[in-house]
Design a protein around this ligand. Structure first.
Ligand code: HEM
Length: 274
């Protein structure tokens, strides 16, 4: 009787995969088992590179940041995904904007859900960004060497507020029309550059098709791009400034987490404490 070859065990299969050329081309530094190798593994992988090799214990503690920066970022991602979906069905013209919003609400698959997710995430993001700013302020996170990151943060806040403002006009209903009329009139009262700001925002002297197109382009391209680039600089600066700020050093009982412990804490570090 012919004896069938024994199937390879799980560990043998793992060995074959881990030693294959393809695996080694992607994961170049093996399992991270000592500090230098840990750093190499992190630096040479685009996804792992987003996280530091080590984090301070206080940074992984939820009540240190309340995850407010992280939550703001995840809301931004949610807004991007739902916004792209809505773009498939929305038409930025004075004749078609309102009907397309009605169609999103009643005809498009998951249209109402997506639109509401987009609206709620926008409101929530304003709240979480402001709370994040308050948390940074009260913990002195704006002090040297982080003052430049505070300035980047102010730009991010402005971009977030402008995103909300420009999105408000897009339904092209009475509420949108009059809210933007009031908002842009307020810009018109700014000293010295009031008239210019008013005309620049509206592409004319009153809220009309030009303003709608202008707000649309600002809302879907210019401001998200600005925010995206600003966020990349913001996160990079957090890293370069030695991670997020902590309690005053002499009262600090703060050890660095070793990588295995960090792996266990990573969901908390990325999702909760930002
Ligand atoms: C789109 C909005 C924003 C996002 C997504 C965001 C995200 C983050 C994240 C994830 C962190 C790391 C720690 C944490 O969660 O606190 C952080 C830190 C920081 N953020 Fe923001 N941020 C935003 C807006 C702002 C604003 C408006 C300010 C202030 C004007 C600001 C100033 C700072 C500073 C100074 C740090 C370092 C804080 C420290 O080291 O303790 N950020 N940000």
């Amino acid at each position: 009787m012919k004896v069938l070859p024994k199937p390879p065990s799980a560990s043998e299969m793992r060995q074959v995969v881990v030693e294959s050329q393809l695996w080694k081309a992607i994961f170049r530094h093996g399992y991270p088992d000592d500090p230098p190798n840990r750093a190499l593994v992190i630096m040479s992988n685009v996804f792992l590179h987003l996280h530091p090799v080590k984090v301070k214990k206080h940074a992984a503690k939820f009540t240190w940041t309340y995850g407010l920066g992280g939550i703001s970022f995840y809301l931004f991602l949610l807004l991007t995904v739902t916004g792209v979906y809505l773009m498939f069905f929305y038409t930025p013209s004075a004749d078609l904007a309102y009907p397309s919003i009605k169609a999103i609400n009643s005809e498009v698959t998951f249209g109402l859900l997506t639109r509401n997710m987009h609206r709620w995430a926008a409101h929530l993001m304003i709240i979480t960004v402001c709370l994040h700013m308050v948390r940074v302020f009260y913990q002195g996170g704006y002090k040297p060497p982080r003052e430049f990151n505070w300035m980047i943060g102010v730009a991010l806040l402005l971009a977030t507020l402008l995103l909300s403002f420009t999105g408000y006009l897009l339904p092209w209903d009475q509420l949108a029309f009059w809210a933007i009329t009031v908002g842009t009139n307020m810009a018109g009262y700014a000293p010295l550059v009031g008239f210019q700001a008013h005309t620049l925002l509206l592409g004319g002297t009153s809220v009309g098709p030009n303003a709608l197109l202008r707000f649309y382009v600002l809302h879907v391209i210019f401001l998200p791009l600005l925010l995206g680039v600003g966020l990349a600089i913001h996160f990079w600066r957090v890293r370069k400034d030695g991670g997020i700020s902590g309690p005053i050093p002499d009262v600090m009982v703060d050890l660095e987490l070793e990588r295995p412990e960090y792996w266990r804490k990573e969901p908390q570090d990325t999702f909760i404490s930002g």
